[in-house]
Design a protein. Sequence first.
Length: 580
Amino acid sequence: MSTSPPPPRDPTTLRSHRWFGPDDLRSFGHRSRLKGMGLADDDYRGKPVIGILNTWSDLNTCHSHLRERAEEIKRGVWQAGGFPVEVPMMSLGEMLMKPSTMLYRNLLAMETEEVLRCHPIDAAILMGGCDKTTPALLMGAISADLPTMFFPAGPMLNARWKKETLGSGSDAWKYWAERRAGNLCDQSWCQIEDSIARSPGHCMTMGTASTMTAVAESLGMSLPGASSVPAVLSEHSRLATRYGRRIVEMGWEDLKPSRILTAASFDNAVITDLAIGGSTNAIIHIIAMARRAGVPLTLDRFDELSRLTPVVANVRPSGAKFLMEDFYNAGGLTALMKQIESLLDTNCLTVSGATLGENIAEAEVYDDDVIRSLDNPVYREGGTFVLRGNLAPHGCVVKPSAADPRLFDHTGSAVVFENYADMKARLNDEGLGITADSVIVLRSAGPLGAPGFPEWGMLPIPDRLLKAGVRDLVRISDSRMSGTSYGMCILHVSPESHLGGPLALVQTGDSIQLNVHERRLDLLVDDEELARRRAAWTPPQVYYERGYGQLFCKHVTQAHDGCDFDFLQHGQPTPEPDIF
């Protein structure tokens, strides 16, 4: 059966035509410099210019294969009649950056927005996957509002040590605790270090990286199934070339994020995050992305959806034993979204050009222990709960699916550490009297207090208790924790202690009451005493006095508002001038 050729496309409708099309001096300069690189008119004129924003770096192990993937994307762009241009971007390598990649998420978001705005780019592919990279790239692209797709780096392969399957992050915490308890020798610890990161790609647990790439797909910003493909499979290479072909079509279609991202698509992302037992960090990032898109998402909406959404992904750390390679083999994210289809708005448009419902229509589950059904979930409610109370007036979060149930309803005596250095120095001081019923409190660990909002929230358990068999305590802080972490860790307490939030007023010996099922966290100290403490409290000094750090501290919002910069969080993209 013959098909008619596609209608002719008008190159003057392309954004890049403003750089290369006019017969004037400035366009002469643009064209001549491309010719200086060996490019001819036929290479780029009248074709969509496709920006490939690559966060590859020798200091980012998760993205170590993205140089090759960029070439495979280019192949697809050329095949579809586009002109690919690769642009190196700041790389947020979670494992090698201090104090935290979260300090630089907004910097990469700003870079992404400005790179897209100032260059002759008609459409773009965002390459990344390590934790903060995904939301940063998407935040910038949402604000620039050019046709954009997110290409996920993919998880690394499952790791093995002797007879054990290792999950990056989660098992590092687990075996470090066993070593401190005296149950693991130095030789075994070194063997685990040699084994736990088996290949290129991001963490293969359902940590922040896997969570955020799944969120990107559920939002409609990635091709169906893309977030589940392990980094080193040949399918990942073929996926890259398919991305290259599709982005050229998106450039002609002018399919922008503003046409895809709606309140319904963000609900889909939240529901998917909850159903996969995703990282607590996702709350901050999804709120930040939603605000960029003009969707007023709040913690309350997360809590509403959490009460309705079961965890159906049996993947660590919320699940018992499986990792992302198992999740992929079981059908991946499209299969999971098919299982929870009744909870989703399947009419949402996606970058494939089809609706979410069309994307998942043929998806199948191949292992119903890895990807459960709604009537046989891993947990009946979502993997993340939002708590409130007089200790967290603006909310805080906990991941009960990764915590010891004995601590769900708990009242204990606080042991307070002023900052991370204080905790590191005094944690094993037996004079503190920390017991299995204590509540460890860390302050000065939030967006401003640390600064940078680092992943300090999985506070360590004293060696003495580890040796006695204790593996979980109630721990409270205004910091975050790695998505690969676990335990009864209360996080993102807002407002943070640095601003004089209630966490700043807690004293060692105070009683703190936690009730996870009732979503409550309360300091059992009377109002008169709290008022006296507040009157005696003095604001801490500013940490940064210059540069980007000062910009961050002046303009970052609190955890419940997404930690974006206040001057970027709302509003439409700045109109581009007609005169260059």
